[in-house]
Ligand binder design. Structure first.
Ligand SMILES: [Zn+2]
Length: 366
């Protein structure tokens, strides 16, 4: 069975305006393109096209999420506020989440697109699926947007799987370089959703994503953070997946795995300080595909989050899509010859210490 791929041109029209990296332009900050713009995502899709892979993927049609679906994780007030601003001239959804006119509808299309991709996976129409949506979702909280995210796409897909498809346990694995604070918050007291975030230690949001944030109430033990030190590359990332993610998922036994897929752990990313290369993303994808096959009939949905190197994200994306689809193209990562042999990919003691603590949390999952 083929893999699914979801995209919509309107995702590229979500306008984050002028900024320098993520900081709004002003009298002391010369206007540049916001780091979260359409380039990285468009170029990711373009490379799939040029590599010939797009022809072998099942195109899944996006649909807008209904307001009551979005309100499964967001407050009615928040959803209304976004619509009002979007209908006028745009605004900011909360913290560092600027948007222009029409972004309300585009954000609904991103959330609904992720749900459509989920439907295709759970319905058995595709082996697995990648939803290349924008705006991203994992920082969005119930009542405010944060970090470029308006609606929690991954969280909404999880709730959709539970409400519409009656799935029980769902796991979310977030490999974006930033903490998946929104997803964590939405399921913090919910033992039916295991949330695991692998991210750069104390990066964004500030003071978020610590090891000691393990869930609360009935959800105690069902949230695992792996705050890797800046500079982490191949070995600590792979060890995290083998020693934390895999045992946690084996104990949890999910019926579906959702990956919040950001490529800003990439070695060239302007908003992260990690050293992940396409070779490592490929390996992480392989581990997750094998886990999904072992635990939940292969049910695996990836939804796009961050990744801000327009030059490099496409090669990370292509590597993941090759693994998902089982089809190798004849386009390789042109940077690999330098970056895979760079110094710093080995495991260092300060990384080992974090992973060992997270591995202990994984052993406590029930
Ligand atoms: Zn990110």
């Amino acid at each position: 069975m083929a893999s699914g791929f979801l995209f919509h041109e309107l995702y590229m029209w979500h306008d984050t305006g002028r900024a320098a990296l993520w900081h709004p332009a002003g009298l002391t900050v010369e206007p540049d393109l916001n780091a979260e713009n359409s380039d990285t995502k468009r170029r990711f899709r373009n490379l799939l096209d040029v590599a010939g892979l797009l022809d072998h993927l099942v195109a899944i049609k996006a649909r807008p999420a209904a307001v009551d679906e979005v309100q499964r994780v967001h407050t009615a007030d928040y959803v209304k506020r976004i619509k009002t601003m979007s209908d006028a001239h745009g605004g900011d959804a909360g913290e560092a989440t600027p948007f222009g006119p029409g972004s309300y509808e585009i954000a609904l299309l991103a959330a609904g697109g992720t749900m459509a991709a989920l439907d295709a996976v759970v319905g058995g129409e595709v082996a697995n699926a990648y939803a290349l949506v924008r705006p991203p979702g994992h920082h969005a909280e119930p009542d405010r947007g944060r970090g470029f995210c308006i609606f929690g796409n991954a969280a909404l897909a999880v709730r959709h799987a539970q409400v519409r498809h009656k799935l029980g346990r769902v796991a979310v694995v977030d490999w974006d370089v930033h903490h998946g604070n929104g997803t964590q918050k939405m399921f913090y007291e919910d033992p039916s959703v295991l949330t695991i975030s692998i991210h750069q230690d104390n990066w964004y949001p500030a003071d978020s994503g610590h090891l000691h944030e393990t869930g609360a109430g009935k959800g105690q033990g069902y949230n695992i953070n792996v705050p890797l030190p800046p500079g982490s590359g191949r070995d600590p990332y792979i060890a995290t997946f083998e020693r934390v993610v895999a045992p946690a998922l084996r104990r949890f036994k999910p019926e579906l795995i959702v990956i919040a897929s950001g490529f800003d752990g990439g070695i060239y990313d302007p908003l992260g300080r990690m050293m992940v290369t396409s070779t490592t993303y490929r390996k992480l994808a392989r581990i997750m595909i094998d886990l999904a096959a072992e635990l939940c009939g292969g049910r695996l949905l990836l939804t796009h989050e961050g990744g801000y190197s327009a030059a490099y994200v496409p090669y990370c994306g292509l590597a993941v899509m090759e693994e998902l689809s089982g089809r190798k193209t004849n386009i390789g990562d042109p940077f690999a010859v330098f970056i895979d042999v760079a110094g710093g990919h080995h495991m260092y003691p300060h990384q080992e210490a974090v992973i060992a603590k997270a591995a202990a949390l994984a052993q406590a999952v029930k």
